[in-house]
Design a protein around this ligand. Structure first.
Ligand code: HEM
Length: 346
């Protein structure tokens, strides 16, 4: 079928490959070439940075100023906006489906009941509708808001590829694939892998827990009744157990909030990873990342940075992982719609 000849007998002998192809193979090659070309066209239709530069040049600035004004009144809005984007992307892709109001909509799924920040996105949207009606999607506002939220919390910034369209489906039943704080690493890994994210992405993205809070009900069982025999989770650092117990007292208010990163709750830094390394992770799912050799080495790579370079690696890797997250199952071109109001389909 295939034979190699020497193209010349000069100084540099370049192997020349000669193919003998049947007409059947020719047809197959042509077919593959067409598939390649179609994939290329589809790839071209994907997101791009500055998507609104001519259709709505102030789009990103409008989102930024809106987030900033809410953040200045209440900095805890930043982690909530970051989480909102994550929960949007994991269900039906990053398409604003989490924003829809309705009894069977995503927003009503158990895992989404404590989401916050909807009014911030809606506010940005109504300002954008006044400037450039029908142009900027709610899905893009969520992605840009997440980036701005990290930046305002002293974290890194990055260019957000845009051009997402809003979805036309929002179903609470589909939200069951969101990770649970009880998930062992194997399940976390599987849920992230289903979205094209590997172990490195998983640990890097969970690093978002460097800001924000959790309700005691997601954490107390680790302090008092881990094995149903009245024990605490043995992986909790015994030196800090009493401090955790003071934050979430036994049989206390399950809705009381505690910081996910007890080191520096409002600052986007690597102290979350140090906590996980030292047995001070709050959520069980976070602490488990230290118990698996693959995820442990990623945690260690962020927690153990040498002085002076502290946080640089995380600040470099987090935006890359966020761009991957923000790209999950996006709708582009003529798919979906551009909603007029983020909480309702057109
Ligand atoms: C295995 C994966 C994950 C699990 C099990 C998980 C679970 C949780 C839980 C239980 C809370 C507390 C919710 C509450 O008390 O109302 C929370 C908060 C939060 N999560 Fe995650 N999460 C995961 C991954 C992520 C990712 C990938 C991001 C973002 C990229 C993220 C961002 C946040 C933020 C910022 C908060 C704080 C929200 C606030 O203060 O309002 N999480 N997460």
């Amino acid at each position: 079928m295939e034979q190699t000849q020497l193209a010349s007998k000069g100084k540099r002998e370049i192997p020349k490959i000669k193919y003998k192809v049947s007409s059947q193979m020719e047809a197959m090659l042509l077919g593959s070439l067409m598939i390649l070309m179609i994939s290329f066209i589809i790839a071209q239709a994907q997101l791009k940075t500055g998507f609104y530069s001519s259709s709505c040049p102030t789009a990103e600035a409008t989102v930024r100023s809106t987030i900033e004004s809410y953040f200045n009144k209440d900095p805890t809005i930043a982690p909530s906006l970051l989480r909102l984007h994550f929960h949007d992307c994991f269900v039906q892709g990053c398409d604003g489906s989490v924003l829809i109001v309705g009894s069977s909509a995503e927003r009503n799924a158990l895992a989404n009941l404590s989401l916050r920040g909807f009014e911030v996105i809606e506010d940005a949207k109504s300002q954008l509708e006044a400037i450039c009606p029908g142009v900027v999607s709610c899905a893009d506002i969520l992605a840009v808001a997440a980036r701005d939220a990290v930046y305002l919390s002293n974290g890194p910034s990055w260019s957000v590829p845009t051009g997402r369209r809003d979805g036309r489906i929002s179903s609470s039943a589909q939200a069951s694939n969101l990770p649970s704080p009880l998930d062992p690493v194997s399940v976390q890994r599987q849920k992230f892998a289903a979205k094209g994210l590997d172990d490195h992405d998983l640990v890097t993205l969970v690093g978002a827990h460097t800001i924000g809070q959790t309700e005691c009900r997601f954490f107390s069982y680790r302090l008092y009744n881990f094995t149903t025999t009245g024990n605490s989770d043995p992986t909790i650092n015994q030196a800090t157990l009493a401090q955790f117990q003071a934050l979430c007292p036994k049989n206390g208010n399950g809705l009381r909030k505690v910081s996910l990163d007890s080191g520096s709750p409002a600052k986007f830094d690597v102290s979350f990873f140090k906590n996980v390394r030292d047995g001070n992770g709050v959520l069980e799912s976070d602490q488990r990342l230290w118990g698996d050799s693959a995820t442990q080495s990623v945690v260690q790579s962020y927690a153990g940075n040498i002085r002076g370079l502290l946080g640089l690696k995380f600040a470099y890797e987090f935006p890359k992982a966020m761009i991957k997250l923000s790209n999950i199952e996006v709708k582009t071109d003529t798919e979906g719609e551009i909603r007029k109001v983020c909480s309702k389909f057109n």
